[in-house]
Write a protein that binds this ligand. Sequence first.
Ligand SMILES: [Zn+2]
Length: 118
Amino acid sequence: MPSPIPSIYVDDSDEPKELPWKWVIHSSCEGHGTSSAYLGVFTRDDVDDDPEFFEEYRKGTFDRPCEGCDGGRVRVIDEDRCSPEDLAAYRKQLQDDAEDAAIRRSEMMLEGGWRDMY
Ligand SMILES: [Zn+2]
């Protein structure tokens, strides 16, 4: 899944303004671009119960393309090349987005709809 180019929405334009960005290694998958994190965390007991499954697991049989990165890389804003005004606007937008997401999550939990996400 491609990672979006960091951009801000400005009042006088319908098009988002793209900001300077750079590639960094995605921390969730450590640059592999695949992940088995969706399977969750296993205990030693789980491994002992089903060693064949874990043999496949270790080989990466169950890996899926990592969510939210581009082959193990993600675009992040390049703060050194970004004007202070744009940087401030970008940070504010991130904060607003996070608040929106938190509100949406709590609404979904109330409706019990969160199960449909998985
Ligand atoms: Zn990733």
